[in-house]
Design a binder for this molecule. Structure first.
Ligand code: GDP
Ligand code: MG
Length: 297
């Protein structure tokens, strides 16, 4: 099977370092259509059937920059077989904001926690199993700069691409936002001519993603709406705005930050006392018992 695996992450998370380690010298650099943003592709050096694509570095999937539009159009419309979401392990809280938004697209995903050399040197301990349990996808520690952990990462990414494993349905939003999103989803679903049976089952992840973007007041997605649905959706948005003190986008961002902050509290320990620092073999044990790495390839 041929797979395309896209690297997505914040600027400076180590995407290019990982891309170079994975592809070696087999790289093709072009441009995304119509813009002067680099498009880098290359074959995985251990398996030429796997194509690696380096997406532009971004902080969110909101359409505020050319990079964000490119990355999200690619993930949502072209749909790679899997996304490797690369996270700077020394900055997990900030990096998870993008992770949550990639989760919303329901694209098959693996999380790579990079800069593990720096994380280890700082004495911080990241609970990969816990993160993996929360997101429902593999979480693999790596050092992109020297290639440590990247084979395990690619093994996990290929399993995820084969099994189309997307993340858990995370309960990020509160009841009001959730209900507004569900109602928008149902309107879009009927408009697309889907049968009634499917209403409310969220069988169509692309529509659910659109519903979230609409409630977030995303101009690009909103402009694409048909006249027929604009009015009933507008009512739902106005109702949601009342509840969110006029700014649903800010409310949603706030709910995402709260969710992330809870995850980080549960899964990252920043020890300063040396006696608490795990030994290397403790860490290796943890990595080897990661349930996803036990999947035979
Ligand atoms: N210590 C450490 N530095 C890294 C690692 N991976 C990348 N870097 C450094 O982090 C910086 C940003 O990396 P780069 O690959 O350019 O990130 P990009 O902006 O996501 O493409 C560079 O200075 C890299 O050398 C790593 O695993 N450990
Ligand atoms: Mg780069």
């Amino acid at each position: 099977m041929n797979y395309t695996i896209a690297l997505a992450g914040n600027p400076n998370s180590g995407k290019t370092s990982l891309f170079n380690e994975l592809t070696g010298s087999r790289q093709h650099v072009g441009n995304w259509p119509g813009v002067t943003v680099d498009k880098k592709e290359g074959a995985y050096k251990k398996n030429k059937n796997v194509n690696i694509l380096d997406l532009p570095g971004i902080y969110s999937l909101s359409p505020y920059s050319a990079e964000e539009i490119i990355a999200r159009d690619y993930i949502v419309k072209e749909q790679p077989d899997a996304v490797i979401n690369i996270i700077d392990g020394t900055n997990i809280e900030r990096n998870l904001y993008l992770t949550l938004q990639i989760c919303e697209t329901k694209i098959p995903m693996v999380i790579a926690i990079n800069m593990m050399d720096e994380v280890d040197a700082s004495g911080a301990i990241i609970n990969f199993e816990k993160l993996s349990e929360v997101f429902g996808v593999p979480v693999v520690p790596i050092v992109a700069r020297n290639g440590k952990g990247i084979e395990e990462l690619m093994d996990a990414a290929i399993v995820v691409a084969e099994s189309k494993l997307s993340t858990n349905n995370l309960k990020v939003f509160d009841d009001n936002i959730t209900s507004a999103t569900e109602r928008i989803y149902e309107i879009l679903n009927v408009d697309e001519g889907s049968s009634n049976e499917n209403i409310g089952t969220f069988h169509n992840p692309q529509l659910y993603w659109k519903a979230i973007k609409i409630i977030e007041n995303d101009e690009i997605v909103t402009e694409e709406l048909s006249d027929k649905v604009k009015q009933p959706i507008g009512e739902i948005i106005r109702e949601a705005e009342k509840y969110a003190d006029g700014d649903v986008e800010a409310k949603i961002a706030d709910l995402r930050y709260k969710f992330i902050s809870k995850i980080v509290k549960e899964s990252v320990k920043k020890y300063t006392n040396d006696s608490h620092v795990e030994t290397r073999s403790d860490k290796l044990d943890k990595i080897l018992t990661n349930r996803f790495l036990a999947i035979p390839i």
